[in-house]
Design a protein around this ligand. Structure first.
Ligand code: ADP
Ligand code: 5GP
Length: 210
């Protein structure tokens, strides 16, 4: 069985990453969403083991020391990290694993897994971004400002991603993500094992002919 792809999805807070990922995973059994660990407090309605594993700073730091994370970063004063075991298990089972992570973590993944596909979700405009953040109603005005400031920093790194998608109409955006993942699977450098095996077969075939 072919190993599943590793797909990093980043984007400004409020761009709609979570909404896109939920829809993608709900409607497509070949995708699996990695659940991160964080020291952020749960928002209303968020559950431990569903949106995140909510842990203390001490628990998070112990997981780092135990080498239990693929990557981690600090974002607006909290730790966020990707647990190792799930990513590997799911990829081995042939699932495309989605990591919804911020830009520092994305760059670490790119280094550790050069085959990863890096996607950046853009809002249709900055005003729509602010409206969505305010409309979500989960953050205070102060935290929204912090997140918008962070968006300015993140905007400087978008060129390091492989693809951007604009989250205007949700259904269209989800279809675009799926199309990108499918196309990326066909990149020659992601198929070196297969290419080598055909090369090997070709040369044995020719030797047999002689
Ligand atoms: P993120 O995970 O990037 O921080 P969310 O998925 O929480 O963003 O989305 C932020 C807000 O925008 C939510 O209230 C969500 O319902 C809304 N939203 C997401 N995508 C769209 C869209 N395509 N059109 C309109 N509203 C959207
Ligand atoms: P939020 O607090 O809105 O859920 O997430 C804040 C930011 O942390 C988002 O940009 C989100 O993508 C990112 N994030 C979530 N989980 C991880 C993770 O495991 N690692 C990293 N590096 N960032 C994460």
């Amino acid at each position: 069985m072919r190993k599943g792809s590793l797909i990093v999805v980043s984007g400004f807070s409020g761009a709609g990453k979570g909404t896109i990922m939920k829809k993608l995973v709900k409607e497509n059994a070949e995708y699996a969403l990695s659940i991160s660990m964080t020291t952020r407090k749960p928002r209303e309605g968020e559950q431990h083991g569903v949106e995140y594993f909510f842990v203390t700073k001490e628990e998070f730091e112990k997981t780092i020391a135990d080498n239990g994370l693929v990557e981690y970063a600090c974002y607006c004063g909290n730790y966020y990290g990707t647990p190792k075991a799930y990513v590997e298990q799911m990829r081995q089972a042939g699932k495309h694993v989605l990591l919804e992570i911020e830009i520092q973590g994305a760059m670490k993944i790119k280094e550790a897994f050069p085959e990863a596909v890096l996607l950046f979700v853009m809002p249709p405009s900055a005003q729509v971004l602010r409206d969505r953040l305010v409309g979500r109603g989960t953050e205070t005005e102060e935290v929204i400002e912090q997140r918008l400031n962070r968006a300015v920093e993140e905007a400087a790194g978008i060129e390091n991603y492989d693809y951007i998608v604009v989250n205007d109409d949700l259904d269209t955006c989800v279809e675009e993500v799926k199309a990108i993942v499918k196309t990326a699977e066909h990149a020659a450098y992601r198929n070196l094992e297969f290419i080598d095996s055909v090369r090997g077969e070709l040369s044995s075939l020719l030797k047999g002919d002689n």
